[in-house]
Design a protein around this ligand. Structure first.
Ligand SMILES: Nc1ncnc2c1ncn2[C@@H]1O[C@H](COP(=O)(O)OP(=O)(O)O)[C@@H](O)[C@H]1O
Ligand SMILES: [Mg+2]
Length: 250
């Protein structure tokens, strides 16, 4: 892509609000009998904060990867704000730049770069002026209470601080949809709370649609809705309770 041609959404665009996500009949077959998702139907309304739980291997990361267009379903469809992700003219790069933000379990920061440089990276395609990017990154880090740490190497930050940088990075382009895969899984509870407060605050201020994978009952308690995956299907109760009731009825 050549530089400078596209309109830049930058920081001055309209408030983004939240995306609407409609997934239908999602299947993801990895072959060798591994069916990671087995017919998932899911709608996320704009501005909803939805928690996704499920045992290890139940398909949570796969579902996030499909909605985030990091992977493709074997069958089924996903539309975000009416745009089908499988359409031949779907602009994946633009989707990643302008619509969706990711927070991974293990931050995925570049540890040899400063907090600010990490947050600047996703701004490179959308904000052409370095000074503007630096200012925007500093502002985002301020928002996650890391103002004084902007110049610190990511390698020197604590786990909680890194995860807050990861949230700032995910928010850099004001996504309409925030996908977070166990973002607090590696944190102690105080640090986890700060990250969650941040995500909840972003949702409240910007109306961002949020889908968070979590094992943490505290996260689930703060969500508008909790979804449970089991063996690649959405079920109406968490796996622990299902196991309990299956034993009772056995
Ligand atoms: N790239 C892949 N190739 C083969 N199998 C995979 C791949 N990614 C995930 N799986 C399998 O799909 C299932 C769901 O995985 P995943 O979505 O990572 O679950 P979760 O995030 O709930 O732990 C698991 O059985 C996992 O081993
Ligand atoms: Mg996972």
């Amino acid at each position: 892509m050549s530089d400078g041609e596209e309109a830049s959404p930058g920081a001055d665009g309209p408030p983004p609000g939240g995306a609407r996500v409609v997934a239908q009949g999602l299947r993801r077959d990895h072959g060798h009998g591994i069916l990671a998702l087995d017919g998932v139907d899911l709608t996320l309304e704009p501005g909803e904060f939805v928690a996704l739980t499920g045992p290890s291997g139940s398909g949570k990361t796969t579902l996030l990867s499909l909605i985030g267009a990091l992977d493709r379903p074997t069958s089924g469809s996903i539309a975000v704000d009416g745009v089908a992700l499988h359409d031949h003219d779907f602009d994946r790069a633009r989707y990643h730049q302008e619509v969706v933000g990711f927070v991974f379990q293990h931050h995925h920061l570049l540890t040899h770069l400063s907090a600010r440089a990490n947050v600047e990276l996703p701004l490179v395609p959308t904000m052409h002026r370095r000074t503007a990017r630096r200012a925007r990154a500093a502002e985002l880090l301020e928002e996650v209470d890391l103002g004084p740490r902007v110049g610190e190497l990511a390698a020197h930050l604590s786990g909680g601080e890194r995860q807050r940088v990861a949230v700032a990075r995910a928010l850099a382009n004001e996504p309409r949809l925030l996908l977070a895969d166990e973002p607090t899984g590696a944190l102690d509870s105080a640090a986890a709370h700060r990250v969650l407060d941040l995500i909840a605050d972003v949702r409240a201020r910007r109306g961002t649609t949020v889908l968070v994978v979590t094992h943490d009952p505290l996260v689930a308690a703060r969500a508008d809705r909790v979804l449970h995956l089991h063996d690649g299907r959405l079920v109406d109760r968490p796996a622990e309770l299902r196991a309990g009731s299956e034993q009772l009825s056995a």
